[in-house]
Design a protein around this ligand. Structure first.
Ligand SMILES: Cc1cc2nc3c(=O)[nH]c(=O)nc-3n(C[C@H](O)[C@H](O)[C@H](O)COP(=O)(O)OP(=O)(O)OC[C@H]3O[C@@H](n4cnc5c(N)ncnc54)[C@H](O)[C@@H]3O)c2cc1C
Length: 569
């Protein structure tokens, strides 16, 4: 296991491991119960759901991590006033470290629901605890401690898929090379794994998975658990992008019981953005992943339950009279019942139907033209495919940064799909060459980088090959609305969800053609496709939700009642 030279444990130690004052401990006693442990007793075990945040009142506790051969590495020792726990404690998920009493220990145990109540009730202390929980998770991600071990070669596509999934979900993990790592070789021998079955994944509870799907892996490490089909949520949010997470934070903070489902990871498209420069309040920019991880933790602080990865494949009325119950069907046949639904399933940028496209996405094929991409191709020739306003804006911007923009348009002209001012501006730019009736026919490159693009003008035109390393695609976005087929939710001609007056003059803003079902963010017809717009709609929809819930058969279920019902995902 490799620990970075300058670990977060070195740089942020005082914030990661704060010690509470006696007066502070007295204040938080009401949130927990005191328990005693004898010398050597386990207070937490990797892979097992712990009791909660643990404040040491007397004695000493050693926190360790262990590798596949059982070797223990100390992380930290906690004395009186210190507290044990990391982000897993917020949601009642399995522990990522082992903890053993070195001396007789007396500890105040604060279960997840009470921890969330503490974080909200004790603003300053809550901030210190929350910061420590987040930093500890960052420290565990640095070392991979407590997470699954992936055995496979770094460049293997399935290894990249599984690592990408765990990274996007903020979960620690390690990768061992099957050819060079003795522990990997030992695992392969112990489980009689053929090289063709790699990668394998060893989960913290000892289960071995052979090239699992993301869903299998998530269930093995208990990132996601079964959903109680009888439980009725105030609101189920489909999609954990900026829109869905914003709705969750506002609904959770107002005491509604909320479940957020996402088929991949939290963050949505925004999570894929290397740097968001135009989101209010971040003058130096922020990576999409960092912004979304904050929102994800914030939602959990307000008691929002997360079901990630869980794919929604259908929306049905439950057969109750009135619009007050909805049932979502998941791809694993589970069901979610909720009194209102927020559709925040976003959109995915349309891809070109050309071989190898995926190989070059990330490094050479771009769906966005921000200063970051412009920097990558400064002084070079680039190709841009598209004929709408977003393509026009991107062409104008890129022209100021690059040597030449080849604007490839499938149709006969720009004017039929682009605003006049953009058509005129493009015409005045000497370094933009518009090629109409042109289609990309091939991509050439190596190691994920393009070296040349081929295109053809007209059906019978000659194929042209140009040495271009960056291709920009602005050919529209496809809404993630297949799962709404047969649901009675009206869509526009392009498949985006209609809301408000677009569907019926009596509808509330953001409400769809079905009462009690709302749509926000990129999935909504005529929405502004931006992070800030998605977040704004997430906040706005909660006000309308209240109206619908108040009109339905009873008062909203409060978070506290949910916890008393003993649900623990
Ligand atoms: C590379 C890139 C860079 C960008 N940069 C910027 C930027 O700098 N500034 C800016 O303002 N905007 C930017 N955008 C646009 C911005 O990211 C989007 O407008 C925003 O993410 C939309 O948020 P959303 O929550 O509506 O949808 P999304 O972000 O698309 O999230 C939707 C979520 O729903 C989930 N989902 C879909 N279907 C289902 C289903 N059936 N079941 C369960 N879950 C489902 C998806 O997995 C996804 O996580 C960028 C987009 C991209 C792709």
């Amino acid at each position: 296991m490799s620990v970075p030279v300058q670990s977060i444990i070195d740089t942020r130690r005082h914030q990661m491991f704060p010690v509470l004052e006696p007066a502070e401990i007295e204040r938080v006693r009401r949130f927990g119960k005191v328990r005693s442990y004898g010398v050597g007793a386990a207070l937490a075990k990797v892979g097992e759901v712990g009791l909660g945040l643990t404040i040491i009142l007397a004695g000493k506790v050693d926190i360790t991590q262990h590798d596949q051969s059982g070797r223990r590495t100390p992380i930290v020792s906690y004395g009186v006033g210190a507290f044990m726990g990391e982000l897993a404690q917020l949601a009642g998920r399995p522990a990522l470290v082992d903890a053993h009493a070195q001396e007789p220990v007396e500890a105040l145990i604060i279960p997840p629901d009470q921890l969330r109540a503490l974080l909200i009730a004790e603003a300053e202390l809550g901030e210190r605890i929350m910061r420590a929980l987040i930093l500890r998770r960052v420290g565990l991600i640095e070392t991979g401690a407590g997470g699954p071990v992936i055995v496979g070669r770094a460049e293997n596509g399935d290894v990249l898929r599984l690592q990408g999934f765990l990274r996007r979900n903020g979960h620690p993990h390690q990768r061992l090379d099957p050819e060079t790592d003795p522990e990997a070789k030992a695992l392969i021998e112990r489980f009689h794994v053929d090289p063709g079955q790699l990668p394998i994944v060893l989960c913290p509870d000892g289960q071995l998975l052979r090239n699992p799907s993301e869903s299998e892996l998530a269930r093995c490490i208990r990132l996601v658990g079964p959903i109680d089909p009888k439980h009725v949520y105030d609101v189920a949010v489909v999609g954990a992008g900026p829109a869905g997470l914003a709705a969750a934070v506002y609904a959770g903070s107002e005491g509604l019981s909320v479940l957020v489902l996402d088929c991949r990871a939290f963050g949505g498209q925004a999570g894929a953005s290397a740097r968001i420069e135009n989101y209010l309040g971040f003058p130096t920019g922020i990576s999409g992943m960092a912004l979304m991880a904050r929102a994800y933790n914030q939602a959990q602080k307000f008691g929002v339950e997360m079901a990630i990865p869980d794919e929604v494949i259908g929306l049905d009325a439950a057969g109750h009279p009135g619009p007050s119950r909805f049932i979502l069907t998941l791809s694993n046949n589970e069901r979610v019942t909720a009194r209102s639904i927020v559709i925040a399933s976003g959109a995915r940028y349309r891809r070109l139907a050309v071989e190898n496209l995926e190989t070059f996405e990330g490094a050479s094929v771009h769906y966005w033209a921000s200063p970051l991409e412009a920097k990558l191709c400064a002084g070079q020739e680039v190709a841009l495919v598209g004929a709408g306003n977003s393509a026009g804006q991107a062409a104008v911007y890129l022209a100021s940064q690059v040597a030449k923009v080849w604007l490839l348009v499938r149709g006969g002209d720009l004017a039929s799909s682009m605003s006049r001012y953009l058509v005129d501006r493009i015409a005045s730019l000497a370094n933009v060459e518009v090629l109409t009736q042109t289609s990309v026919t091939g991509l050439e490159g190596r190691d994920g980088m393009l070296v040349a693009i081929r295109w053809r003008r007209g059906a019978s035109g000659e194929e042209v090959r140009r040495p271009i390393q960056h291709l920009f695609l602005f050919i529209g976005a496809e809404p993630n609305t297949e799962w709404l087929s047969g649901s009675g939710v009206a869509l526009d001609a392009k498949g985006f969800v209609l809301t408000g007056a677009d569907t019926d003059e009596n509808r509330q803003p953001l409400e769809t053609s079905r009462r009690g079902v709302f749509a926000i963010g990129d999935v909504r017809s005529r929405s502004v496709k931006r992070v800030a717009a998605a977040v704004g709609e997430g906040a706005q929809v909660v006000a309308t939700l209240h109206t619908v819930l108040a009109a339905s058969d009873r008062e909203p279920v409060r978070n506290r009642e949910i916890v008393q019902e003993g649900r623990n995902r």
